[in-house]
Write a protein of this length. Structure first.
Length: 395
């Protein structure tokens, strides 16, 4: 067993700084033998693996080992070979980062699973990977999604508080009470604007230009996550990037598929497939009317989170659009969001009708009892008018 791997492992764990404990840490069934953690690039998967190793094993426990598939060692050795050596040396838990860099990674993982019944493997991969549909692994792997920071995680990080998450039902029925618990300790409005601009991806903690870093990440999402994993030829890269830019520029609305097909010189069907790939890469979200889904045309395409809107075209970031993007992003992990018949209106889980609106807008809104108004520019709410920021406490 290469000593260098243990040295790197110990160094990384000693230098791992995870100032916020991610909620997913307690949601994973750590007894499972094969665990896949998916997530978009930049959302903190490597740190998450190292945080797990640090918490459960510490830096010098050799029964746990972190390896990254970027290591050239794996050009000459397979994962099962490596796992066999590790098990011989007393290894119990193997943490594999960036698994998709390996050809036939799924077959290799399956071989490890079948050969070494006492070895647990936790691996990270791109959000584009389809683990639940993978015929080689779907019966043995437990798949989880790591997301960017929620507004709750961001506030905890910035203020040292330890606010807990709430369910959607809880927020809808008790938002006045919940806000009364949070507001004495922190003023959410002080942090909300920053979160919308740069709080979703954990790398805002690094002392580098966030927008530059995010642009680099977005390019990697398209070049690696979409092209490599979906096995698309490099010559189509510019078409996919152009499509993404045009969708971003349009803002949240129904895409004109024919026009987009003309612009990037391809068929309508290909445009729809590219839109799906960009959705899988967590660059955009597709919103459908109730009862409709892909491959139908979505009624709205929006950026996956508000930080992306600033990175692509900061001059054009419109408050209403940013707030609707935040709303959809906060909900999509555990809830189904559909387009209602009118703009600014959404149906959540097929039953709740939401409207996203500005609490300070001069024009008087006629409030309907059958609608929940998620309002921005306010910290508090009453009855069916709730503060929008509170939806950032869902995870």
């Amino acid at each position: 067993m290469e000593e260098a791997f243990f040295r790197t492992h110990a160094y990384l764990i000693e230098h791992t700084n995870a100032p916020v404990r991610r909620l997913l840490m307690d949601q994973i069934d750590w007894n499972a033998r094969m665990i896949g953690v998916k997530g978009s690039r930049g959302c903190g998967k490597t740190t998450f693996l190292l945080q797990y190793a640090k918490e459960k094993f510490g830096a010098n426990d050799r029964s746990c080992l972190y390896v990254n598939m970027n290591n050239f060692y794996f050009q000459g050795h397979t994962i099962p070979e490596f796992a066999g050596e590790f098990v011989k040396a007393g290894g119990k838990v193997l943490l594999i980062d960036q698994i998709f860099k390996e050809p036939y990674w799924d077959k290799q993982l399956r071989e490890c699973y079948d050969k070494y019944p006492n070895l647990k493997i936790v691996f990270t991969g791109s959000s584009v990977m389809r683990l639940k549909q993978n015929p080689i692994l779907n019966d043995v792997v437990k798949s989880y999604n790591l997301r960017g920071f929620s507004f709750r995680e961001y506030i905890n990080l910035m203020t040292g508080n330890n606010f807990r998450p709430y369910t959607l039902e809880d927020i809808i029925t008790n938002h006045e009470h919940i806000a009364r618990e949070i507001l004495p300790k922190v003023s959410p409005m002080k942090y909300f604007k920053d979160y919308i601009h740069h709080g979703y991806y954990p790398f805002f903690l690094e002392h580098r230009d966030y927008s530059e870093n995010l642009l680099k990440t977005m390019n990697m999402m398209i070049e690696v996550d979409v092209l490599l994993i979906k096995q698309i030829e490099l010559k189509y890269l510019t078409k996919i990037k152009k499509l993404f830019y045009e969708l971003a520029l349009e803002g949240p609305k129904a895409p004109n598929i024919s026009k987009l097909a003309d612009d990037i010189e391809t068929s309508r069907a290909t445009v729809m497939n590219y839109i799906k790939y960009l959705t899988d890469a967590r660059l955009i979200n597709m919103i459908y009317p109730l009862g409709q889904e892909f491959p139908k045309k979505p009624s709205k395409v929006m950026m996956h989170n508000s930080n992306l809107m600033y990175a692509i075209y900061p001059i054009k970031a419109i408050k209403q659009e940013l707030m609707e993007t935040f709303f959809v992003n906060a909900l999509w992990k555990d809830h189904k969001v559909n387009q209602a018949s009118k703009d600014q209106y959404y149906i959540v889980d097929g039953k709740y009708r939401f409207r996203i609106c500005d609490a300070t807008a001069p024009n008087k809104i006629r409030y309907n009892p059958d609608t929940i108004y998620a309002r921005f520019n306010t910290e508090v709410g009453k009855d069916n008018k709730m503060p929008l920021w509170l939806l950032g406490f869902l995870y």
